[in-house]
Design a protein around this ligand. Structure first.
Ligand SMILES: [Zn+2]
Length: 288
């Protein structure tokens, strides 16, 4: 089964597949073990362009392949918010299972043209590789970044518009859609993050074909995430809180054991914190 098959099962079963970012092998293994142990049918792991350039695309593909074989568990590697055709092509050629072409900063026509170029390339490679490389497009202005921020203005004018989503999907042939309906990347500390589920339902009603993806789940209330999944979200991106948990535990270990130099002794507890969060989130995404 390929990624789109797992997303179809998730949509039919009204649950969501988790997506988590990694940049090191210890965190990758932690994410995968926790997802498997929490009962997720599959997991998506992603590298942003920055993360991919740190760890390497070939290295990411090789690590994921090794862990997939080692743990006998379905893991799909995603190029997360890649901004150009060249970068998406590089990821597909390296063996990524999935890409997000993020051209949401462009106007609608330019976004459609660039996204279609990536979709056409991915689908041509899929045919020759006898697999199905899944492509995600993005529409609407998704504010924020994968860190802790104080305040971000949320404007309903930034939301993805139902008619534009339908036009976008028809003309690009994307498998998945990243949309904006109140979600923000990262964590915002001085305001409550809240989803507009009614707005998402309007998009679903006008264009039911793609698998809808919720970005920026860090900072959202559990009940909002559950409501979004009930309304049709089949894939949830969760990243910033993992980074915070990992970093804070390393910090704690350094303070508690200032002379410790064995990496797995201070990284191990940090990975355990990542695993705890992934376990909680998978249970939430599975409706358990
Ligand atoms: Zn995202």
């Amino acid at each position: 089964m390929n990624l789109n098959d797992y997303l179809k099962q998730a949509r039919d079963g009204k649950y969501a597949i988790g997506h988590f970012n990694f940049v090191t092998g210890d965190v990758l293994r932690g994410i995968i073990e926790a997802s498997r142990d929490a009962g997720a049918p599959a997991v998506m792991v992603g590298t942003s362009e920055g993360e991919a350039s740190f760890i390497g695309m070939n290295e990411s593909v090789a690590l994921v392949k090794a862990m997939r074989d080692d743990l006998n568990y379905p893991i799909f590697l995603n190029a997360d918010h890649f901004k150009s055709f060249e970068k998406c092509k590089e990821a597909i050629d390296a063996g990524y299972d999935s890409v997000i072409i993020d051209a949401s900063r462009l106007n609608l026509e330019e976004n459609i043209a660039l996204t279609k170029q990536v979709t056409d390339y991915a689908h041509s490679v899929s045919a020759s590789r006898r697999t199905d490389i899944s492509v995600e497009g993005e529409l609407g202005y998704l504010r924020g970044s994968s860190e802790i921020q104080t305040k971000i203005e949320i404007n309903p004018a930034d939301y993805s518009k139902p008619e534009e989503v339908a036009d976008f999907v028809s003309r690009t042939g994307v498998d998945r859609m990243a949309i904006v309906f109140g979600n923000i990347h990262g964590i915002v500390i001085d305001q409550e993050e809240k989803l507009d589920i009614d707005h998402f339902s309007k998009i679903m009603a006008v264009e039911p074909r793609p698998y809808y993806v919720l970005h920026g789940a860090s900072g959202l209330k559990d009940k909002d995430v559950v409501a979004a999944i009930k309304a049709g979200i089949t894939n949830v991106h969760f990243n910033t809180e993992l980074r915070v948990a990992y970093r804070n535990e390393i910090d704690k270990q350094f303070h508690a054991h200032p002379n410790e130099t064995t990496p797995y002794k201070y990284l191990g507890p940090a990975v355990d914190e990542v695993k705890k969060l992934v376990t909680q989130k998978i249970k939430l995404f599975m409706g358990k």
